[in-house]
Design a protein. Structure first.
Length: 463
């Protein structure tokens, strides 16, 4: 596959919820930035015409970010629409007609994975010998076997270099901040290893529930929804070795090596929880065993990290909404009593704001030899103005794979979680607005979980 820019964008599921909330706003932003000046063809089975799709796009923008008159006018002129059944070859003949002279379209499958095989087969029959790309939404399967099968379907027509698996978390610029901190600062390499780091914890907390997505969520759960994909991406950014080159494959090689070094999760190192009231949500089974909270411990048996436990915690209806990493340092062998010392730490917050801070000990005010802990802030900012979908769609159409999960990465991630998911481990209830069930004590970092707090609260000294 060449790195030439795609000369058309086709998105299946044009009338769906994802298109309404995310894709249309991203497309307008791309047009405004000059990154999208090719035909955009929506495909769906809704009995619609082009005018109705344009009206849907405008309504989407009014609700999600606002209409930019100039950019929307350009997007409107680029929009095309094909209405039809995905199983009907006539739909794809009509699509081919709309694409006209485009030889390098990007096919974006914003549809359930159960439809992938039908759509991919019909693309293969209608597209011919052109140079196409395919963009697919997570989930990439429900377990290892289904992920392997999905990859087999995609590879039946597309080379791996032409497959772009969207995990919107990778489109968030603050996620890249971890790599910038690690590889742009000489001092970071000195301490970011097993010699100085005692443990690493990653928290993805949400203070809300399933928000009307009960039917989807009940078949998924926290581990499949955010741990196996989003948080493993964070983990691999934290733990990877410096790539030898800056190309996307060298970067992705190092991420895969991290996952290869992680043994499958032991059930004693996993606690699953479910917030009280979850089973009353519409679409949720009354006897549901789906977890809305998970805490787990992982080991990375690499030269850099062997012996350093990594802890992951994710859940809904927790006290705050925040995504944060804390690396705790080993305590120094000092004459100061161990009970007085608090571990130094490195804090990397991804959301809602972006913070890089170092926790350290200093003398407390006054004449006594008393210590206090505080944080030295290296960087603090908002999360940036480019939406994740805008960044990801732009990268896919430019042929840049670096923000997308590769086949071997997806399958390694499933290898780690698959066995314990099949063991039907207990699900413990927890009260809303708490940090999960009491059983989480079984999977707790040395010194305890750090509680993410909002804004500047976490940046002040505390005794």
């Amino acid at each position: 596959m060449s790195n030439e820019h795609s000369d058309a964008l086709v998105f299946f599921g044009a009338t769906g919820d994802l298109a309404y909330k995310k894709i249309f706003p991203a497309l307008q932003a791309m047009v405004k930035r000059g990154a999208l000046n090719v035909p955009v063809v929506g495909v769906a089975k809704a009995g619609w015409n082009l005018d109705q799709l344009r009206a849907r796009a405008k309504d989407s923008l009014e609700k999600h970010g606002g209409v930019d008159p100039e950019a929307f006018a350009k997007l409107n002129a680029q929009l095309r629409y094909v209405d039809g059944d995905y199983q009907d070859p006539a739909t794809f003949a009509a699509l081919r007609e709309q694409l006209k002279d485009a030889h390098r379209p990007a096919y974006y499958l914003a549809i359930p994975p159960v439809l992938f095989e039908t759509v991919v087969e019909n693309i293969a029959k209608s597209h011919g010998e052109g140079d196409a790309r395919v963009i697919v939404e997570k989930p990439f399967g429900h377990d290892l076997a289904s992920a392997v099968e999905l990859n087999k379907i995609l590879h039946s027509i597309f080379d791996e270099s032409c497959i772009f698996r969207i995990d919107h978390f990778l489109g968030k610029r603050p996620v890249d901040n971890m790599l910038a901190f690690r590889f742009a600062n000489a001092f970071a390499e000195a301490f970011w290893n097993r010699h100085y780091i005692e443990s690493v914890q990653i928290t993805l907390a949400e203070d809300f529930g399933v928000q009307g997505r009960g039917a989807f969520y009940d078949g998924t759960g926290a581990i499949r929804d955010v741990v196996q994909n989003h948080l493993f991406q964070v983990l691999s950014n934290l733990a990877m070795e410096p790539p030898v080159r800056s190309d996307s494959e060298s970067l992705r090689d190092e991420k895969v090596k991290v996952l290869k070094a992680i043994p499958p999760i032991d059930e004693k190192n996993l606690v699953r929880g479910q917030f009280e009231g979850y089973r009353n949500e519409p679409g949720v089974a009354k006897d549901s065993k789906t977890e809305t909270f998970a805490a787990l411990r992982l080991d990375i048996n690499s030269w850099r990290w062997k012996g350093v436990p990594f802890f992951i915690r994710a859940g809904k209806c927790l006290p705050v909404t925040s995504t944060e990493i804390v690396g705790k340092f080993r305590k120094p062998p000092t004459i100061i009593p161990d009970s007085v010392l608090k571990e130094n730490h490195l804090r990397l917050r991804i959301s809602p704001d972006v913070v890089i801070a170092m926790g350290l000990m200093s003398l407390a005010p006054g004449e006594k030899m008393e210590l206090q802990s505080g944080e030295m802030v290296a960087a603090s900012s908002d999360a940036g103005d480019m939406d994740a979908y805008e960044r990801l769609l732009s990268a896919a159409m430019a042929g840049d794979n670096s923000l997308f999960a590769r086949e071997d990465y997806v399958e390694e991630a499933w290898r780690i979680v698959d066995p314990v998911l099949k063991k039907n481990t207990p699900v413990y209830p927890y009260a809303q607005k708490t940090w999960g069930p009491a059983e989480t004590d079984r999977v707790t970092p040395p010194g305890g979980w750090e509680v993410p707090v909002q804004g500047s609260e976490s940046l002040s000294a505390h005794g």
